[in-house]
Design a binder for this molecule. Structure first.
Ligand code: NIG
Length: 411
């Protein structure tokens, strides 16, 4: 991930490995059952030993080190892996949110409002806005994010959105198929040809993934298949916005295409659960969108019980989910989706990494990236038990606190 951590030590790289210790951890979640108790791999009174940005060892606390942070008995978790965001946008659609509070339904056509605002914004401003959202995410404990395009919807602006996204992350997603833009009204197939042709040619070098919004009012089953196929031929992995606003073909399309993730999954039939359970496609739930759009919440319990691999993500965007807070997502998941706190924490860390097919993050196993969060709490339970509270004392990416304030809270 491209980031600008606060460098707190002036080590000479030629002098050997840089070792950092986070000591006095009251409760450490590793997500590696080989390193501790249960599926979360819990270790108590532990020290996290980091070498060159990777987890080197988990030890009993009290490790002598030149460069040590003091967790002061607090809980440390793997950083959140937010596998679904739309951080590259300009403008605000609070008026739509307010209208929904008095009964207006969510309308995906609102995407066009953000497209107009985004196209009208300078490159520098678009980057500044996206970076500000990424800093918010770090402050909330997110250490890795996926970022989509999708508010450009022409060759120039989709390309520009991916240039901005590439400054934030290496998990960039080409979402030219977010909506048929107004200039292609009644010519949806022509727009699909553009997405699969000139737009993909220009955007693929900047993207790792391709995504399509497969829903009534956006792209249908055949269009979604064509877009995912074209993306695969260009070397991009698949992701699908699926079954958000009603039952539909999105999940089946995602599974058939071998997509890494089917996202939203608010409406899952028994056949959808079966298809997901027998596949490598992760079901990524986005309950902050269901909160904002006043949709029902997905049945996370049914998915877990059916053996489906799940993730939780923020879906940060101006229309349906204007938040980067993974703690908020966890609180919703345990209160409204039937997940336990342990399941919700796993889904927002390891689950997100699986949805991005990243083996080296979302956990603090030996050799993983040392992406960790020191909570101002004795346990991760507080993420849901104290909703809305600023519980992140410090966020570390590659073993480095991301801001000078983070360092201050660990010394
Ligand atoms: O994931 N559903 C499609 N895309 C976004 C919403 C975009 C918008 O309303 O601006 C989502 O919810």
């Amino acid at each position: 991930m491209s980031h600008e951590p606060a460098h707190h030590h002036g080590g000479d790289e030629a002098a050997g490995p840089t070792t950092i210790v986070v000591d006095n951890i009251g409760l450490l979640v590793t997500n590696d059952p080989a390193l501790g108790e249960g599926p979360l791999g819990l270790a108590r009174d532990a020290a996290l030993v980091i070498e060159d940005g990777r987890v080197h060892a988990i030890e009993r606390c009290g490790v002598a080190a030149d460069d040590a942070f003091d967790a002061a008995g607090r809980c440390v978790i793997p950083g959140f892996v937010d596998s679904h965001t739309h951080l590259v946008f300009a403008g605000d659609r609070a008026d739509e949110f307010v209208a929904r509070l008095t009964g207006q339904p969510y309308d995906p056509a609102g995407i066009a409002t953000t497209v107009a605002a985004t196209r009208a914004t300078t490159d520098d401003e678009l980057l500044r806005l996206a970076r500000r959202r990424q800093r918010e995410a770090w402050a909330g404990g997110t250490t890795h994010l996926e970022v989509k395009s999708g508010y450009g919807l022409d060759v120039t602006h989709e390309h520009r959105s991916l240039q901005v996204a590439s400054r934030l992350t290496d998990d960039t997603t080409f979402l030219g198929a977010h909506l048929v833009p107004p200039e292609y009204r009644d010519r949806a197939d022509d727009y699909v040809d553009l997405v699969c042709g000139a737009m993909l040619d220009r955007c693929a070098p900047l993207a790792r993934w391709i995504d399509v919004f497969c829903e009534r009012g956006a792209f249908d089953r055949d269009q979604a298949r064509a877009i995912l196929d074209a993306g695969r031929r260009a070397g991009l992995g698949g992701r699908v916005h699926a079954n958000q606003l009603g039952p539909g073909p999105g999940v089946q399309v995602a599974v058939e295409a071998g997509a890494a993730s089917a996202d939203h999954c608010t409406y899952l039939s028994a056949a959808d659960l079966d298809a997901l359970a027998g596949s490598d496609t992760v079901a990524t739930f986005l309950p902050a969108a269901d909160f904002s759009t006043r949709q029902p919440y997905p049945d996370g319990r049914a998915a877990v019980d059916a053996g489906v691999a799940i993730a939780l993500a923020s879906n940060c965007n101006p229309g349906s989910s204007n938040t980067t807070s993974m703690a908020f997502v966890i609180a919703l998941a345990v209160r409204e989706m039937g997940l336990t706190i342990d399941e919700a924490l796993l889904a927002s860390t390891l689950g997100g990494a699986r949805a991005l097919r990243r083996a080296d993050r979302g956990h603090l196993g030996i050799g993983a990236r040392a992406d960790a969060v020191v909570l101002d709490a004795p346990s991760f339970t507080h993420l849901a038990y104290r909703p809305g509270m600023p519980l992140v004392a410090a966020t570390l990416i590659d073993g480095q606190p991301v801001t000078p304030d983070d360092i201050g809270r660990l010394r």
